[in-house]
Structure formats: structure tokens, C-alpha cells
Design a protein around this ligand. Structure first.
Ligand code: PDD
Length: 278
């Protein structure tokens, strides 16, 4: 197949794929998702992504009958795509019914998966670092759910792009939460710090990998709140995410971080992370 997709248990060509106009994802953003990268044909941290997917769906009372089969189907779709390095998008919406805010209890979810060839960000972003802006975090209070309702993230990312920045770092009550599609870390006095995984952030799989691996490398790692002031005074700032990997941030709101160059520890973590991807 040229461009295989998956809908509700069936593999088909992209052009043949159909979703009902009354899918609740389309009308209410009533659904959850995951983005899973696969390197050299091997999905990275598939189990963790599926664990989070299950939690997200359960938090919204979306019931999936067989996650084991779904995971096997995800692997099969990656295989059918033929891409050496691939990015899988998996979306589960509550299902289809005539539009009404309150949902029926017996809905069958609509499960869609698409796969694209994985395209890394330009090397230059990692070598020279990127710019970011800060913005108020205007999201709801259940950001640990990876829901497809992403309007605040979408609007904030667009503002960042308009400002010539790579990411918008969101701030709630004076403290950093995360990026619009990434988690945030700072380095201070050789200690690696990231905000705790409360309900106000998405507990990124890459975030967890970096916390684990940095500890293995002998660094002190802390999950602690980071104020806006601490962000600007950091020795190093970096973002993590499936598509972001480990991205150095060298300028925020027009002010440079330290000497305006990617930090040594960030570089070490980036190299180490790349090494894990196979
Ligand atoms: N986003 N925080 C938010 C709000 C995110 O949307 C993401 C990922 C992350 C990083 O999570 P992970 O390390 O598990 O990818 C943090 C995906 C990639 C996206 O929306 O495209």
C-alpha cells in the first residue's frame, strides 16, 4: 500500500478512508491521541504510549475493547507503511451519534491511525538552539489527559511562530507548565529540573526518558516548580517531546539564556537520547 491508514480494525488506502460527519471528535474534540515514533522499524516506548493512551481514554470514559489488538495493529500499520523511520498518529474519539453534548453510554469509539515518514527538525535547531516566547497557560485543569481538544495549544504555537520562535512556554500563576507540544527542563548549577507531573502538564514519555537517563548518567534530577524568574536565570533551558527530542532553547522573549548557546548538559542529553533511538 502507498499510504496505508487504519480505521476501526481495517487497513486501507488513505483515499478510501471515511469518518462520519457526526463523529464526536469532529464536533466536540471528544477524543484522545498519541504520537509514536518508530526508528529502524522499531516503535519507541510503545508500551508507555499505550499506558498513557489507556489512562487518557479512561479519564474521559472512552471504552476501547482490545488495546492489545490495537497495539498489534499499530505495529502492523508501521510495517505496511514501509518507512524506516515513521511517525504514527493514533486517535480515538468517543464515537458517532447525532450531535448532543451529553453522550450515550454505549458508543463504539472511532479509532484512526495514520503514519508518515519521520522528518526530523533541521540539525541547525539542535546545534544553535531555538527561540521561545512565554504566554499565559489558558488551558483547562486536566492537561494530563492527551486530548485532541488542543485549541489553546494551537493558538499559542501560532503566536510563537509569528514571533519567529519555535515554541511557546506556558505560564500558570507565575510558574512554568510546559510547551504547547513539549515539556520543559532547566539546568541550574548542574542540576536538571522540570516541573512536577501534576494535572497541569502532560507527563511526556520523552520527559520520563530524560529523567531516567539523566539520573543514570549521574546527574541530580529534580521535579520542582519553576518560576518565570528561575527560567530566565537558568544556565540551560531545553524542551523534550516525541517530535522535539531534546531541543536547546537559547532565547526567551528576546532575552538570551546565559551566553545564548546550547548548554553542555543539554547537548549531552541530546546525544544520549539520539543514541537510544536505534
Ligand atoms: N505532543 N506536552 C504537550 C502539551 C504535548 O502535546 C506533548 C507531545 C508533550 C511531549 O510528550 P511526549 O514526550 O510523550 O511526546 C508534552 C505531541 C508530540 C503532539 O501533539 O504532536
Amino acid at each position: 500500500m502507498n499510504n496505508p491508514v487504519y480505521i476501526n480494525g481495517e487497513f486501507m488506502e488513505y483515499e478510501a478512508a471515511r469518518i462520519d460527519l457526526e463523529d464526536r471528535g469532529y464536533q466536540f474534540a471528544d477524543g484522545v491521541y498519541e504520537v509514536i515514533n518508530s526508528y529502524n522499524g522499531k516503535p519507541f516506548r510503545m508500551i508507555e504510549h499505550f499506558e498513557r493512551l489507556k489512562k487518557s481514554a479512561a479519564a474521559l470514559e472512552i471504552k476501547v475493547s482490545d488495546y492489545g489488538q490495537l497495539q498489534a495493529d499499530a505495529e502492523e500499520l508501521i510495517r505496511r507503511s514501509g518507512f524506516t523511520d515513521a511517525s504514527l498518529y493514533l486517535q480515538i474519539t468517543r464515537g458517532t451519534e447525532p450531535r448532543s453534548h451529553a453522550y450515550s453510554d454505549d458508543l463504539t469509539p472511532n479509532i484512526v491511525m495514520t503514519v508518515k515518514e519521520l522528518k526530523n527538525h533541521p540539525d541547525e535547531y539542535y546545534q544553535k538552539g531555538v527561540k521561545a516566547i512565554t504566554l499565559p497557560d489558558e488551558r483547562w485543569s486536566r492537561c494530563y489527559i492527551k486530548t485532541i481538544a488542543l485549541l489553546p495549544n494551537v493558538l499559542a504555537k501560532k503566536k510563537a511562530k509569528r514571533a519567529g520562535a519555535f515554541e511557546a512556554i506556558m505560564v500558570r500563576d507565575g510558574f512554568i507548565t510546559e510547551g504547547t507540544s513539549s515539556n520543559l527542563f532547566i539546568v541550574r548549577d548542574e542540576r536538571i529540573i522540570t516541573p512536577p507531573a501534576t494535572n497541569y502538564i502532560l507527563n511526556g514519555i520523552t520527559r520520563r526518558v530524560i529523567l531516567e537517563e539523566a539520573a543514570k548518567l549521574g546527574f541530580t534530577v529534580l521535579e520542582e516548580s519553576i518560576s518565570l524568574g528561575e527560567l530566565f536565570e537558568a544556565d540551560e533551558v531545553f524542551l523534550t517531546g516525541t517530535t522535539t527530542e531534546v531541543m536547546p532553547v537559547v532565547e526567551i522573549d528576546g532575552g538570551v539564556i546565559k551566553d545564548g548557546k546550547p548548554g553542555k548538559i543539554t547537548g549531552k542529553l541530546f546525544d544520549h537520547y539520539r543514541g537510544l533511538l536505534g
